[in-house]
Every structure is written in structure tokens, then in C-alpha cells.
Write a protein that binds this ligand. Structure first.
Ligand SMILES: N[C@@H](CCC(=O)N[C@@H](CS)C(=O)NCC(=O)O)C(=O)O
Length: 259
């Protein structure tokens, strides 16, 4: 059975939607298998058409087979995606109370058929990457590179997301906002001068879930009154993520889903 991802395209939850799309786990592989089966049945039917006496009976049989095979089958590594109105804490489609899904009320949230929940972005992103190791969205568990990815996810969550963007947004007045921008600027300098120095992505040449999360967060920096232009490595990083073909497709899918 599929897990359900609750997200909002205008929030940090977008990183999880984009990552599951890049990982390819949005595809219902079982449905693709049944389409292959349908193709084989069509070939068989063409041969059987030569036997005119059985024509009517075979056409009827074909109709019922097509009908049953087109029903999507459950897929253990798929994500079903649901958008959340974060102001109202309601599901956009049904209007149902989101607190009934996740008592913490935040996105991203990943709900499993057995009732288990993941509701911290860093954990969800690693779960997504691990469902599709061939996507190389995270280094293998247990390797030093995986701990470095975890390091970047935590840095993004605590120092860019909550400690940077969140601190400026929550600051009660202009003076406090200016002070929060100065602190945030120091973290951006670290990101620019150390983490992204001579690197396309934070882990090297392969796009990772940490890059997708960092992309979403850094894209929000101008909205809190900070100019990214002096941070040339961050600007180059954002362009590199945007240019990654799998990411570009994922973004198109997210735009289409929220249109
Ligand atoms: N600690 C969580 C924070 C997630 C978070 O801040 N989500 C925001 C959107 S960016 C949210 O859902 N806010 C609404 C709420 O918490 O009620 C994580 O790292 O994933």
C-alpha cells in the first residue's frame, strides 16, 4: 500500500513532493506492469481474430480483461500526495481537519497505511531517497557520506529554515528583523564559502534530497529582505538545481498539481 505525503507547494513540504517525484516513487509501477500485460493481450487478440468463428466471444472476453487490468494495484513504494491549507490546517481537497492526520499540524507529513507517521522533513526526505536507491538522492546508510547528508539536512532545518527564515519572519519589529537578518547572513556566508565552495551540489556532483530542501529554503531568502547576489556560490547552486532535468520535471509536476 502507498504512503500518503501531505505537503504544501508554498512551504518546506515542497521539498518532499519534489524529492518523491525526482526519486520516481510517484509512479505506480504495478499499473505500468498491467499496461504491459494489456499490450500482450492485444497481440494475442489480433491472432485470435483470424479465427472468425470465435470473434464475438473473444471481443467480449477482451472487454472484461481490459476492465479488470486497468484498476490501479497497490504499490509499496509509491506516494499519494495531498495538499494542505496551512492557515486553516485543513486538507485542500476534502476540507478534513489536518490535525486529525498529524497532531503536530505541520507539513511535510508522511502517513503510512499501518498508522505510523513521519513528520520531520529530514526524516521524510531520507525515507524517500531510500525507497529508490537508484535515484542516488542520498548516499547509502552507514557511510560517512550519509552522515554528511544528515549534517546538511540538520543545518538546513535548524539554521536556514527555522533559525534563518523563521527568525526574520517571527521577529516582532523592524529592529529585531534587522538583527535576525545579520545572524542569518552569517549562516549564508558559511553556506556560500564552506559548504558550497567549489561544489555543484552540497555532496558533490549528485543531486541529493538535502540539495532539494536547501533549494526550497534558499529560494525564500529574498522574501525576508536579504539579497542573494553577494553569495555567488549559492546563486550558482540554485541555478544548478533548477537545471537538473529530473528536478525541472518535478517542479512542473508540482506546479500542475497546485494549479
Ligand atoms: N520541524 C519541522 C518543521 C516543519 C515546518 O516548519 N513546517 C511548516 C511549513 S514550512 C508548517 O507546516 N507550518 C504550519 C504549522 O506548523 O502549523 C521540519 O523540519 O520538517
Amino acid at each position: 500500500m502507498s504512503a500518503t505525503l501531505y505537503y504544501s507547494a508554498q512551504s518546506c513540504g515542497a521539498a518532499s513532493f519534489l524529492s518523491q517525484h525526482v526519486a520516481g516513487i510517484h509512479l505506480n509501477t504495478e499499473v505500468r506492469k498491467s499496461r504491459r500485460t494489456q499490450g500482450m493481450l492485444r497481440t494475442l487478440l489480433l491472432l485470435l481474430l483470424l479465427l472468425l468463428l470465435l470473434l464475438l466471444l473473444l471481443l467480449l472476453l477482451h472487454g472484461s480483461l481490459t476492465l479488470s487490468l486497468s484498476v490501479p494495484l497497490p504499490c509499496s513504494r509509491c506516494c499519494v500526495c495531498q495538499t494542505v491549507d496551512l492557515k486553516e490546517h485543513k486538507l485542500k481537497k476534502s476540507g478534513a481537519d489536518f490535525y486529525a492526520v498529524n497532531p503536530k499540524g505541520n507539513v511535510p507529513t508522511l502517513a503510512f497505511p499501518n498508522g505510523a507517521l513521519l513528520n520531520e522533513g529530514a526524516a521524510i526526505l531520507q525515507w524517500i531517497a531510500d525507497q529508490a536507491p537508484e535515484s542516488k538522492l542520498a548516499p547509502a546508510a552507514g557511510t560517512f557520506e550519509r552522515y554528511q547528508l544528515q549534517n546538511t539536512l540538520n543545518f538546513t532545518s535548524t539554521e536556514i529554515h527555522t533559525g534563518g527564515l523563521g527568525a526574520v519572519m517571527r521577529a516582532p519589529n523592524d529592529e529585531a528583523k534587522a538583527a535576525a537578518r545579520v545572524t542569518f547572513g552569517k549562516k549564508l556566508t558559511y553556506l556560500n564559502d564552506v559548504l558550497l565552495k567549489e561544489r555543484k551540489f552540497t555532496g558533490g556532483n549528485d543531486l541529493s534530497v538535502a540539495d532539494i530542501y536547501l533549494f526550497i529554503m534558499c529560494s525564500g531568502v529574498p522574501r525576508v529582505g536579504l539579497d542573494l547576489a553577494p553569495y555567488s556560490n549559492i546563486v550558482a547552486f540554485l541555478a544548478a538545481v533548477r537545471a537538473e532535468p529530473r528536478f525541472a520535471k518535478a517542479q512542473e509536476a508540482m506546479n500542475a498539481a497546485s494549479a
